[in-house]
Design a binder for this molecule. Structure first.
Ligand SMILES: NC(=O)c1ccc[n+]([C@@H]2O[C@H](COP(=O)([O-])OP(=O)(O)OC[C@H]3O[C@@H](n4cnc5c(N)ncnc54)[C@H](OP(=O)(O)O)[C@@H]3O)[C@@H](O)[C@H]2O)c1
Length: 218
């Protein structure tokens, strides 16, 4: 399959030990200054993408609030179409463009439920969402930049499939630990360091006690 030409940025606030949430799913790792920076970035991209678990755990809005600017399209990966209609994203989908990406595994009942909502549904993949196919479909919608805001499972799938160009992590001054706490990159991981994507440190920005690290893929 041909590569899409979408510019993909992986983004997260991580603890010094690489966690994006605690074992009880507390993920408030950002600071006010960092939120302003993130929201400025949000206003510049065409879309923000998250996985189903992040929606369930954080119930985010994914809008631009800490600065002025346009809201990007919100994209949720939800193979079986099970996200609750009580979530903030669904409740605001009549005002902010929202795409739910499902796979062919979705039941007729769930598909019917989604079809009643003011959202766009994209079917991509057999059992789980096929990211390469999704990128192809999104590029036909004039989406040129996507900010991937996690969680760890989604990050791994983008990294494993080599579908990212840039990485922006905010190193937050915390140590979380715990095998049940979600890491920035979940999944199986690479067996050898040589298999890891090669990253080039493009910039470092200090925001008081936080560090924003911006890498590009070599
Ligand atoms: N600190 C931060 O910046 C930050 C940012 C975001 C999230 N978080 C935290 O991260 C945690 C959630 O991370 P997570 O790893 O559990 O889940 P996740 O990455 O948010 O969501 C994973 C789920 O998305 C669905 N999905 C569908 N297609 C997929 C594909 N191609 N690749 C990957 N996922 C796909 C799958 O569910 P189905 O099979 O049902 O479709 C999968 O289980 C939460 O605790 C949240 O608070 C922290």
């Amino acid at each position: 399959m041909e590569k899409s030409n979408i510019h993909v940025i992986l983004s997260a606030a991580i603890s010094v030990d690489g966690k994006i949430s605690t074992r009880e799913n507390d993920s408030k790792l950002s600071s006010k200054e960092d939120k302003i920076r993130l929201h400025k970035l949000r206003s510049k991209v065409d879309a923000i993408l998250i996985g189903k678990n992040t929606l369930l755990q954080d119930d985010p809005l994914l809008t631009v609030r800490y600065t002025k600017g346009k809201n990007p399209i919100r994209i949720i990966l939800d193979s079986k179409g099970t996200i609750p209609i009580s979530s903030k994203i669904i409740k605001t989908s009549n005002k902010i463009p929202t795409i739910i990406v499902v796979s062919k595994k979705i039941t007729d009942t769930n598909l019917l439920k989604l079809k009643k909502l003011p959202i766009e549904i994209i079917v991509a993949g057999e059992n789980s969402v096929n990211l390469k196919l999704l990128m192809k479909k999104l590029s036909t919608k004039n989406i040129k930049t996507i900010l991937v805001e996690g969680g760890g499972t989604v990050n791994w799938e983008f990294i494993k499939n080599n579908i990212f160009n840039e990485l922006i992590v905010t190193l937050s001054p915390y140590l979380i630990g715990g095998i049940d706490a979600t890491s920035f990159v979940q999944g199986k991981g690479f067996a050898k360091i040589i298999n890891s994507p090669k990253l080039k440190l493009k910039s470092i920005k200090r925001l008081k006690n936080y560090l924003v690290l911006n890498y590009t893929k070599v």
